[in-house]
Design a protein around this ligand. Structure first.
Ligand SMILES: C[S@@+](CC[C@H](N)C(=O)[O-])C[C@H]1O[C@@H](n2cnc3c(N)ncnc32)[C@H](O)[C@@H]1O
Length: 165
């Protein structure tokens, strides 16, 4: 699967050379994308079978929802990237993981997506304005969208690009 157009559009906000955290990285489409731009990347997922460690890619296997300690305690990143994944209890630690000057790129499904298939359960769908609420008073918003997309498939998504000043 190719990188999300939201991520490729706003990748230029990420300062050159900073370490990127790709959370719930899946098969690593954004891990590879940022590594290809010369960023060291830390990719975390509970299933790391689709992720390959390299000289600049660190792969961490961790279940982010089973109550285990946060696997990146004490570490901060120049960018935190989350796509198609939502586990609200992680919101505070995600924000705390962004270093000054760093960027949050977050894109996932929102309410209304149930018309098009999965995910359809409320716990997996952002509420109206939820990503704006997440960063309010913490990050400066460069771009935000809540809309229907048709590629790679019809879906209702919310997405944000924001920076810690
Ligand atoms: C829909 S995929 C998105 C993958 C990637 N971010 C992308 O957009 O291509 C969701 C990912 O979340 C991971 N995931 C789901 N529950 C998880 C958990 N409890 N801990 C860690 N990763 C989890 C899955 O293994 C999967 O790789």
């Amino acid at each position: 699967m190719t990188a999300s157009s939201w991520i490729t559009t706003w990748a230029g906000l990420v300062p050159a050379g900073v370490r990127v955290l790709d959370l719930a990285a899946g098969n690593g489409r954004h891990t590879r994308f940022f590594a290809g731009r010369g960023h060291p990347v830390t990719a975390v997922d509970r299933d790391v079978s689709g992720l390959a460690a390299t000289d600049i890619v660190e792969v961490i296997q961790a279940d982010l929802e089973d109550g285990s300690p946060w696997p990146l305690a004490g570490r901060t990143f120049g960018a935190v990237v989350v796509t198609n994944y939502l586990h609200r209890p992680l919101f505070p630690v995600l924000l705390d993981s962004i270093r000054p000057g760093g960027v949050l790129l977050y894109e996932t499904f929102m309410i209304g997506n149930e018309r098009f298939g999965k995910p359809s359960r409320p716990e997996f769908l952002l509420r109206d304005g939820e990503l704006l609420d997440l960063v309010r008073d913490r990050l400066s918003v460069t771009a935000y969208e809540a809309r229907l997309i048709s590629e790679p498939k019809m879906a209702m998504v919310q997405r944000i690009a924001a920076r810690l000043l």
